[in-house]
Design a protein around this ligand. Structure first.
Ligand code: FES
Ligand SMILES: [Fe+2]
Length: 360
């Protein structure tokens, strides 16, 4: 017998009202070509978390990043200006900076030795002085846009993208005086997850699954008071939090998602940032950075936090991998979203649909 599938919207790119919204079609998560569409239409057009400001505090400090496949070197020059230069030589695309560090005075290509100033100007090109029509003054490394905010550094490849201040508008007011910049970095943990990057984000954006998937976490949050607030470019999930003093104590759990792939998770005295990066079809890498308020990073607390978070992450990774297999099975067509508990997912999908429409 042929299975009866629920109807999917005829035009999956069209905006959907929340009350009628369905999940995105499976092909958005499973089609190998969807990765290139996401890279061009979404990831290359949005602001992405790329570094901490404290790594780049002094002239010559530099760090590497990659945004939508474009390698960047973030570097502060002698005048104190921070830039995000494309880390690709203008001669024949050779590699420039190889690693993060300090004391950088210029960039040198490791292929044929062209050199660049820290503002991207070409300084030298060995053996090229007499080449007809070759003018080094016309050559410079392209730059991405940069924004420093709350001790975090964001970059964007697209000149037409909104100003960063617009993207994070409203978040500082909700921080109510908590300084993310004052939090000290403590640990980085990198996870590889067997699902499309958007599926990982979808899962993050709703508390609907917490009761089924996270028995430990659901005991700390107040599911009745769990609330999602939508803004233009970000969403916030907030819940009262009650945990042992040795873990987070009591207060509020605040989970911000900044489109397209940054998460800011704030618990009392502790910040965790997540970056969700595509890693080939049906796979993603998630970078977790842990920070603590001054005096809050005692080793036992950090260990308890890492162990608890690791359990939650393992639960999420397992369910996301299972959902990815469900998407790929051919059995499924998009089901209805829960308007009261999956509005963050809908909001993300609306932003994705708008980005994909813009590129089509
Ligand atoms: S590719 Fe950089 S000098 Fe040739
Ligand atoms: Fe989860």
């Amino acid at each position: 017998m042929t299975p009866v599938l629920p109807p999917a919207p005829a035009d999956w790119l069209a905006p959907q009202p929340l009350a009628q919204a369905r999940a995105l079609p499976a092909h958005c998560y499973t089609d190998p070509q969807a990765g290139e569409r996401d890279r061009v239409a979404v990831l290359a057009r949005g602001w992405q978390l790329v570094a901490r400001e404290s790594e780049l505090a002094r002239p010559g400090d530099h760090a590497l990043a990659e945004v939508a496949g474009v390698p960047l070197v973030l570097v502060r020059d002698r005048e104190g200006v921070l830039r995000a230069l494309h880390n690709v030589c203008r001669h024949r695309a050779g590699p420039l900076a190889a690693c993060a560090g300090s004391g950088l005075e210029r960039l040198s290509c490791r292929y044929h030795g062209w050199t660049y100033a820290l503002d991207g100007r070409l300084l030298g090109a060995p053996g090229m002085a007499r080449v007809p029509g070759f003018d080094p003054r016309e050559i410079r490394l392209p730059q991405a846009r940069l924004a420093c905010w709350q001790g975090l550094v964001f970059a964007c490849l697209d000149e037409a993208a909104p100003a960063f201040a617009e993207v994070v508008e409203g978040i500082e007011a909700r921080l109510a005086g908590v300084s993310l910049a004052a939090m000290r970095p403590e640990r980085r943990v990198v996870y590889r997850v067997d699902c499309d990057w958007k599926l990982y984000v979808d899962n993050y954006l709703e508390g609907y699954h917490v009761r089924c998937v996270h028995p430990g976490l659901s005991g700390l949050l107040d599911v009745q008071a769990y609330a999602t607030t939508l803004s233009r470019w970000h969403s916030l999930q907030a819940s009262p939090l009650d945990s042992a003093d040795a873990l987070y104590g009591s207060g509020e759990a605040l989970y911000w998602f900044i489109f397209p792939n940054t998460m800011i998770n704030l618990l009392p005295g502790r910040l965790q940032t997540n970056r969700v990066l595509p890693d080939g079809p049906g796979r993603c890498t998630v970078v977790f950075d842990y920070f603590y308020a001054p005096g809050q990073a005692d080793p036992q607390r950090v260990a308890a936090d890492l162990a608890f978070s690791d359990t939650v992450q393992a639960e999420d990774a397992a369910i996301c991998a299972a959902v990815q297999r469900g998407m790929a099975s051919g059995s499924w067509s998009p089901g209805r979203l829960n308007p009261a508990q999956e509005q963050g997912v809908w909001h993300f999908h609306e932003l994705l649909r708008a980005a994909w429409r813009g590129a089509s």
